[in-house]
Design a protein around this ligand. Structure first.
Ligand code: G6P
Ligand code: BGC
Ligand code: BGC
Length: 924
């Protein structure tokens, strides 16, 4: 040990090494000693001030306002609940930093049943001083070396080694296995560690060492290990208190009070880090000249002022400084010091413990002092004992005041007048010095008489608690692996997406040629996008999306004005008889006409009918099959315009002139085309999904003519119905398909559109629950209910502006009982499902625009896509992902996406207007 500190003390305070004055007589000596020890007295008022000031500092830090370096840190850990007692398994534990210069390795077996315990195996290693102060890598290499030495000595049968790392320094934790050291405390000062993740440093060292493959699963502070390892008594242990080399406490705080956390439910364990408490006002009056001297000679002057009055690393040193001072004053050892007494670190915690112990006897005190090279007089042993008692008592009382602050905080946050609580205690000061606990207890009773506190000594020095946290962390890590495995098939790479694009282009070509293909490529008889010369008043119907709407569209030179009304189509009507459905539609039209004062007028009507129809002309459309939630009988194979006209006929009072039937993709393209002539593609991503685009007429086998263009309704929802998407389909897609009203149909749509994404998510959640990954493995009736997970929830949950707790609230409203971990996983499931949907949709758009470019033999194509649909519009990331995928897969096309603002009803009116214009021209 160097003696620089001691020399410094001599120079600063002018202490001679041996008293030059005449020696005081023994009674004067004891007076001098007692007078000196007065400084170590802490009054009740001072204790109360410390309690209040610490509480204030804690509350400020919780609120995120702590600014001064002397404040406590209140660091949230990732421990959210006290142990269930069901944790089990074998765990390696590495303890660094709690007990002086030693490092401990333990092998802990958790039995999974309360009350059953197996003694852990452990080994202690002394860390050489140069390692404690050297480069960080050397310290972690030393730790890795100790781990393999331990495992060499105690071979274990398992290959699967999971380690919990007890690292007892202030750290910012960002996960159960991520923790950045803020600053070293106590006797450590290794370079290159502050500001770094200590788990990563340990993992790297274990890898460098190479002897064993050990997974570092969790990192915890010693206070947390102490609390978590405690055998639950009447209630759970919710405070962990450590007085070892350093001192600190942790406790279970309400998560909503911790500003840095994005969480408003449940509790979280917070490490107070009260060692850094050093508020001048509160500590100033109790700091002695010895405290200042000790601080100055420490590795971290000015820091951890509170810890330096309590922690075991400092108690021996305080006693040494007092004894040296008293010797120099002539009050002890015949006025003589010794080189050892003037050397920093020569009196250790265990010396003080022994000398203070009334049972140890004067002979033992003599022996310790003689070992320090001191000449011990008759009264010296007793006076030295006073010194030890004074230093110890002050430490215990200060620690009691600090614990009282934590208890007041708990009382306040739990809103309980009477608090009944168990505190787990750990560390050598408690273990070796029983009176420390009794003084602390007295102080607590004095300061918070309304708290009923039981103190429970920690088990295995906190090792068991670390193993408990490790068990939880290991379970969470296993869950994460299962989640990743489950979601892996949803994560498509570029090659997969390019293959979808290529298959789509091939299916388009086949469909156009009239060959067997899952893409029907239906001609729409729309040959041109609007030219702006269209005029007149039109009625429009819009059926097949979320809403059924009737519209009045006025197209004038000044623009388009729309008046519309939404009507509901009850499920029983959508899935009842065709006659009933079309009668209902006509009823709605009649109602609309009456409300708009249009009764008796026969305006030209455009019908947006968003289902696959084989058109034989603009006003003829044979429904091929229903999709989405519709299944009205006797409609498939019928001309929808006829069905509508028949219903009109049944209601003799109305006259309607049905001019055109239009798919919603076409309506959207036309509507956007009115604003932007480059719009030659229509895309819908809503309840269902589909696209249309302007094709060269010569490519359309089923329509005569070789020049000009025709809009083709691709009906891409059915893409893959021939099995070509087989490799991409997951078992969840199969489940959704099986439970739908049209199994085996609309494969592409069922992977993309709003009607199905929520269901896919629900099936994944069911699977993860069955694996025990979610909702603690408990299946709920709610989650088994079809369609409870609406696609709009995906849009809400994935919104960037939403905090995790809001995600949780949405899911809880659905009746799903979940933890924050669950909420995060559900979010990830949603992201994976919607990302796949957007990318598949992007691959489809890439196929379409490439086809147009190739048709025209262009190097580069500039084109716009008119888009509509609730999923596309409401989901926070869908549109961005579609665009990114198109850029990636069709780099030679500059594609602009235009969102349709007025729905496809406006487009249907425009198609009708064009048809009327052409009809008039025919007549002319
Ligand atoms: C458009 C149309 C609807 C169409 C819908 C798709 O605006 O007016 O008829 O089917 O968008 O969106 P949705 O999300 O309602 O299915
Ligand atoms: C550290 C704490 C630790 C305490 C007890 C302090 O120096 O900052 O993290 O809990 O010592 O070991
Ligand atoms: C229909 C299409 C429609 C799409 C979007 C699909 O289910 O088959 O005709 O365009 O949904 O609404």
């Amino acid at each position: 040990m160097d003696s620089i500190g001691a020399i410094g003390l001599q120079q600063r305070e002018g202490f001679p090494s041996c008293s030059q004055k005449g020696l005081p007589c023994p009674s004067d000596s004891s007076e001098l000693v007692l007078e000196c020890l007065q400084q170590f007295k802490v009054t009740q008022t001072q204790l109360q001030q410390i309690q209040t000031s610490l509480l204030g500092s804690m509350e400020q830090a919780l609120g995120g306002q702590a600014s001064s370096a002397s404040a406590v840190r209140m660091l949230p850990t990732y421990v959210g609940s006290t142990p269930h007692g069901t944790e089990q398994g074998d765990f390696l534990v590495l303890e660094l930093g709690a007990t002086g210069a030693s490092l401990r390795v333990l092998w802990v077996t958790l039995m999974g049943t309360e009350g059953h315990r197996m003694e852990p195996r452990s080994q202690e290693f002394v860390i050489p001083p140069e390692v404690m102060l050297g480069p960080g890598q050397q310290l972690f290499d030393f730790a890795a070396h100790c781990l393999s030495e331990f495992l060499d000595a105690f071979p274990v049968s398992t290959q699967d080694l999971q380690l919990g790392f007890s690292f007892s320094f202030p750290c910012h934790q960002t996960g159960l296995d991520r923790s950045t050291l803020i600053s070293w405390t106590k006797g450590f000062r290794c370079s290159g560690v502050e500001g770094h993740d200590v788990v990563q440093l340990l993992r790297d060292a274990i890898k460098r060492q190479g002897a064993y493959s050990i997974d570092v699963v969790a990192v915890v502070n010693d206070t947390v290990g102490t609390m978590m390892g405690c055998e639950p008594g009447v209630g759970p242990c919710e405070v962990g208190l450590v007085v070892d080399t350093g001192t600190n406490a942790c406790y279970m705080e309400e998560a909503r009070h911790v500003a840095v956390l994005d969480e408003d439910r449940g509790r979280v364990c917070v490490s107070v880090e009260w060692g850094s408490f050093g508020d001048d006002e509160a500590l100033g009056p109790v700091l002695t000249t010895f405290d200042h001297a000790l601080d100055q000679e420490s590795l971290n002057p000015g820091a951890q002022r509170f810890e330096k009055m309590i922690g075991g690393l400092y108690l021996g040193e305080l006693v040494r400084l007092v004894l040296a001072h008293l010797a120099q004053q002539g009050a002890l050892f015949g006025g003589c010091t010794s080189p050892a007494l003037l050397s920093r670190g020569s009196i250790l915690l265990e010396h003080v413990t022994e000398m203070e112990d009334p049972l140890a006897g004067a002979a033992r005190v003599h022996a310790i002092l003689q070992d320090l090279g001191l000449s011990v007089g008759t009264s010296d042993a007793e006076l030295v004992r006073y010194v030890c008692t004074a230093v110890f008592t002050r430490a215990a009382r200060l620690c009691g005041a600090a614990l009282a602050a934590v208890l007041s905080r708990l009382q306040h946050s739990r809103e309980q007048q009477m608090l009944q609580i168990a505190v787990a205690t750990g560390g050598r000061v408690f273990e070796r010095h029983p009176s420390f606990l009794s003084i602390l207890q007295e102080t607590v009773m004095l300061l918070v008489p309304e708290c009923d506190v039981s103190f429970i000594p920690s088990v295995d020095g906190g090792g068991r608690g670390v193993a408990m946290v490790t068990a939880v962390a290991a379970r969470l890590a296993a869950h994460r692996r299962l989640l990743e495995e489950t979601l892996a098939p949803f994560r498509l790479n570029r090659e997969q997406l390019a293959a979808v694009q290529a298959q789509m282009q091939e299916a388009m070509a086949k469909g156009l040629r009239g060959e067997a293909s899952s893409l029907r490529m239906l001609p729409t008889y729309v040959r041109a996008t609007p030219d702006g010369s269209e005029r007149g008043d039109f009625l429009a119907l819009d059926l097949g999306g979320t809403n059924f709407r009737v519209l009045l569209v006025r197209v004038t030179a000044g623009g388009v004005q729309i008046t519309s009304q939404v009507y509901s189509i009850p499920e029983c009507v959508a899935q009842g008889s065709g006659q009933q459905l079309f009668d209902h539609i006509v009823d709605c039209i009649v109602d609309f006409q009456q409300k708009q004062g249009l009764s008796g007028q026969s305006l030209p009507l455009g019908f947006t009918f968003s289902f696959p129809c084989r058109q034989l002309g603009l006003d003829q459309g044979i429904l091929l099959n229903w999709t989405k939630g519709f299944n009205a009988s006797d409609c498939e194979g019928q001309d929808v315009v006829c069905l509508l006209r028949e219903a009109i006929g049944r209601k003799q009072a109305v006259k309607l002139n049905v001019v055109a039937i239009v798919n919603d993709t076409v309506g959207t393209m036309m509507s956007c085309g009115y604003e932007d002539p480059r719009c030659e593609v229509g895309l819908i991503v809503g309840t269902g999904t589909n696209a249309c685009y302007m094709e060269e007429l010569r490519n359309v086998a089923s329509v005569a003519g070789d020049s000009g263009h025709m809009c083709i309704n691709m009906e891409w929802g059915a893409f893959g119905d021939d099995g070509s998407l087989g490799l991409l389909r997951t078992c969840f897609d199969a489940n959704v398909d099986q439970a739908s009203i049209n199994p085996g149909k609309q494969s592409f749509e069922k992977m993309i559109s709003g009607m199905y994404l929520g269901e896919i998510v629900r099936h994944i959640l069911l699977h993860l629950t069955s694996l025990g990954v979610l909702f603690r493995g408990q299946q709920t009736q709610r989650l088994q209910t079809r369609d409870i997970f609406k696609t709009k929830f995906l849009s809400e949950i994935e919104s960037d502006s939403l905090a995790l707790r809001q995600v949780r609230a949405i899911l809880e409203d659905l009746g799903l009982p979940l933890t924050s971990d669950d909420a995060l996983m559900v979010l990830e499931v949603c992201q994976a499902v919607s990302q796949r949907a957007a990318q598949l949709c992007g691959a489809g758009v890439a196929a379409v625009v490439e086809k147009i470019r190739e048709n025209r033999g262009l190097e580069e194509l500039t084109v716009s896509v008119g888009v509509d649909g609730t999923l596309y519009k409401l989901h926070p990331h869908f549109s961005g992902l579609v665009a990114a995928t198109v850029r990636e897969l069709a780099p030679r096309c500059a594609v602009t996406f235009l969102q349709s603002e007025d729905g496809s009803g406006k487009g249907a009116a425009l198609v009708t207007a064009v048809a009327c214009r052409l009809a008039q021209m025919d007549h002319v």
